[in-house]
Design a protein around this ligand. Structure first.
Ligand SMILES: [Fe+2]
Length: 269
């Protein structure tokens, strides 16, 4: 499986506290069947002042340590990026790393407050050629009350990333219910661990994979834990990443609104 959201790099944020924890996390991931992992420390101006300058050297250094210990985990660059007015500029100049230097990046909306005009902000990023992946919408405290915003972000062309532990109940009943709803409506693009350590927020995807496979079939689970994350790392067209919401298209229907809109935005490249 491929995990595109992790705080495995040490001492850059509230994730791994030291290199020993990073390596222990890598061993847990490999034992769980994870082969590829994006290193996505928080970028939160004033709190976690990360950039490509801190993230890339830490990633290369950890990869060298994993290789030296024959731990078969391939790392990719990325970041868990909070909203900020100058984000387009920082994505363009490379300061804020996208996932493996593709058009895709993790956008973490504020947990407690729905920012005004979040969809306009996402639209500007899309127009600039970047695709914001909305991280763990099911865990945002406002998402249940303002589910229409989550739906509109998805319709706009923002892939939704669910947290594996939300589906298994690790983040409580509300996050579990909301992740089930997003899945049921066919709006989830893929799952990730958002791992922070070796205790309760571990790099484990297999339990959620089993739940998705049990309810929606092996093929759908493969799409959400392997194929779409892989397509993101290779900068595939958004049409390959975005699901077709069940309510909008119906089985075998014409391509959904989301796909048509994204095809229009990206038709020139
Ligand atoms: Fe995160």
């Amino acid at each position: 499986m491929i995990d595109l959201h992790s705080h495995i790099l040490s001492a850059l944020d509230d994730g791994a506290t030291d290199v020993a924890v990073s390596i222990a996390m890598a061993r847990i991931a490999v034992a769980d069947g994870i082969t590829h992992m994006a290193c996505t420390p928080h970028i939160f101006p004033g709190k976690y002042n990360n950039s490509a300058a801190t993230i890339l050297p830490a990633m290369h250094s950890l990869q060298a340590m994993l290789d030296a210990q024959s731990i078969p985990l391939t790392l990719y660059s990325g970041a868990d990026i909070h909203i900020a007015p100058d984000l387009v500029e920082r994505l363009k100049n490379g300061e804020a790393p996208t996932l493996n230097r593709t058009r895709y990046f993790l956008l973490e909306p504020p947990h407690e407050i729905l920012p005004p005009r979040l969809e306009d902000f996402a639209g500007r990023l899309l127009e600039a050629g970047f695709v914001p992946i909305i991280t763990h919408p099911e865990r945002l405290s406002w998402a249940g009350r303002h589910f229409d915003v989550i739906q509109r972000l998805a319709d706009l062309g923002c892939p939704l990333q669910l947290t594996a532990d939300s589906l298994t109940g690790g983040f409580g009943a509300a996050a579990k219910q909301l992740s089930e709803r997003i899945l049921r409506e066919g709006r989830a693009s893929f799952f990730a661990s958002d791992a922070h350590g070796v205790s309760w927020r571990k790099p484990v995807l297999s339990s959620a994979f089993a739940l998705v496979a049990g309810k929606y079939g092996q093929e759908e689970a493969e799409r959400m834990f392997r194929h779409r994350p892989s397509a993101i790392l290779s900068n595939a067209e958004p049409g390959e990443i975005l699901p077709s919401p069940r309510e909008v298209t119906g089985a075998g229907g014409e391509p959904g609104f989301t796909r048509r809109l994204v095809d229009r935005i990206f038709r020139n490249g």
